[in-house]
Design a protein around this ligand. Structure first.
Ligand code: FAD
Length: 487
């Protein structure tokens, strides 16, 4: 059925968390809505990102727990293994029902849903091109762009051989040898899954000596050490030059080592592998939207240029939310996309008055052990000239909560602002009240780091002091109860 020349209060491009949040809030206010997606409804997180990935991480954790407890009363460590095809069937039990369920929800609510590729034809008009060829023309009083992100172009010969994260999460069989290009969270997480699932030769190639750049470097180095101990070859300062198909099932990755001074070595580094996976970052998915036709300013890497209300700086009928607004928005994460959606919905319905506040957004690398971070990094706090104290313990594997579960890698770094200046001491040095300042940043490595970080996130967002947290009575014996020793 072709629904051409339809007029809506809001036309939403995308069906991920950002798009869905705005669509539902505006629908509840009585607006007439159209929603479009070129792929199955549900977006990245539910279908190709966080949720399916965490199902695989869960299975990998079981393997790791068993290995860790091997000499501590558990005797089945040798037999336990992941049955990949079965695990993928379990994963699909989460992802497969999503598109139909979403579509039914939209149609039951009277939201017009379109399958096809959306692009602008003028400031408020969207053309939807269905796969079969039918075009729809939708006019919106407002348009929301929530098209998410896609893997960045690598611009190397043989790029067409690369497997992207969507495909990795759909693999029927796991290859024995895998090379990950880029040392971001996707590479580390997938490498940790693959290693526990039986892959034999896993390599992560990262261009600089700072993988996982948004996380604390001291804890990252601990995580790299644990990743290497797992058998994953993490090669830093190594840039991929190209990929060549070497056989029906094999590839040759050509890379070179970059010296500290930035010069490339002449010596090539060659790795034979069964699969090359893209883990080199994601960029806003805007290339095919024809933003020029709508006068929408954008940056290829940072996405749609928006003002403080997440409204296009050049086309007031257009708002943007989620991964598509990296430059002026928060990090590319699901809770941020949902939050953006709430801000945009409010601004659409009540006029521009809500501005996003991205303070205290936690990020997690779901490796085993996980690494989590919220608030300021040490280097940034120093750059900002803030006076703070760093509570850092590189290795807390001897603490009860780690030793109980045989964990050899755990640690933390917490930054606490030193804001109360007391009297000058007799030796002439300033005496600062050490522990009662604002919590500026928290970085945690170890089991349950992904949960502990949420307490710090709350503290940072609410501007709590270390003393407030120390005063809380937390359940024991839990990893969170360690927080009072971190402050
Ligand atoms: C492998 C992986 C793991 C991740 N893990 C985590 C995690 O653990 N925690 C976390 O917080 N975040 C994670 N993320 C990031 C998270 O998935 C995203 O931040 C979030 O899904 C962004 O939501 P969104 O609504 O902005 O966009 P999306 O959910 O990406 O939705 C955009 C939609 O727009 C559609 N679209 C694009 N262009 C067009 C067009 N022209 N016409 C029609 N439709 C179009 C797309 O098909 C897509 O469905 C992960 C991402 C990946 C890839």
């Amino acid at each position: 059925m072709s629904r051409t020349d339809s007029v809506y209060d809001l036309v939403v491009i995308g069906t991920g968390v950002a798009a869905s949040t705005v669509a539902w809030e505006c629908h509840s206010a009585g607006w007439k809505i159209a929603i479009i997606d070129s792929r199955p409804f549900g977006g990245t997180c539910n279908l190709r990102g966080c949720d399916p990935k965490k199902v695989l991480v869960g299975a990998a954790e079981v393997i790791d727990w068993n290995h860790r407890m091997g000499d501590k009363g558990i005797n089945n460590t040798k037999d336990i293994r992941i049955k990949w095809p079965e695990l993928m069937r379990f994963k699909r039990s989460f992802t497969e029902p999503v598109p139909k369920a979403r579509e039914n929800q939209f149609s039951n609510a009277g939201i017009d849903a379109f399958h096809g590729h959306a692009s602008f034809t003028d400031t408020t008009t969207i053309k939807v091109t269905e796969k079969g060829g039918t075009d729809h023309v939708l006019n919106g009083r407002y348009i929301l762009v929530a098209t998410g992100a896609k893997p960045a172009k690598l611009n190397i010969p043989g790029e067409e051989h690369v497997t992207i994260s969507d495909q990795f999460l759909e693999l029927d069989y796991l290859p024995e040898k895998i090379v990950f290009i880029g040392g971001g969270y996707i590479s580390f997480e997938f490498a940790h899954i693959a290693a526990r699932a039986g892959a034999k030769k896993i390599t992560i190639l990262h261009r600089s000596n700072k993988p996982l750049g948004q996380f604390d470097p001291d804890l990252v180095s601990q995580l790299i050490q644990s990743t290497r101990e797992l058998g994953v070859d993490v090669q830093l300062q190594t840039e991929v030059k190209g990929i060549v198909r070497s056989s029906d099932n094999g590839f040759t990755v050509n890379a070179f080592y970059i010296r500290e001074n930035g010069n490339r070595t002449k010596e090539e580094h060659i790795i034979e592998t069964d699969m090359v996976v893209h883990g080199a970052g994601r960029v806003p998915d805007i290339e095919t939207l024809d933003l020029e036709a709508a006068g929408i300013e954008y940056d290829k890497k940072k996405g749609i240029k928006v003002n403080e209300y997440l409204q296009s700086v050049s086309n007031p009928a257009v708002y943007a939310a989620g991964d598509v607004v990296v430059g002026s928005g928060g990090p590319q994460l699901t809770p941020v996309a949902t939050y953006d959606g709430k801000i945009v919905a409010s601004n659409l319905l009540k006029g521009n008055y809500l501005k996003p506040n991205y303070k205290g957004v936690p990020s997690v690398v779901f490796t085993i052990p996980p690494l989590a971070s919220v608030g300021l990094q040490e280097s940034v706090a120093k750059e900002q000239g803030i006076h703070f104290k760093t509570n850092f313990q590189k290795n807390t594997s001897g603490w009860y909560t780690s030793r109980r579960i045989g964990e050899s890698y755990s640690g933390f770094k917490v930054l606490v602002q030193q804001r109360q200046r007391n009297a000058t001491t007799t030796n002439g040095n300033d005496d600062y009240n050490s522990n009662d300042g604002r919590i500026l940043g928290a970085h945690v490595l170890g089991t349950h780091a992904e949960e502990i970080i949420n307490i710090f996130a709350l503290a940072i967002r609410l501007g709590l002091d270390a003393a407030d947290i120390k005063d809380a009575i937390l359940s024991y014996p839990t990893k969170s109860s360690d927080i009072s020793y971190m402050l």
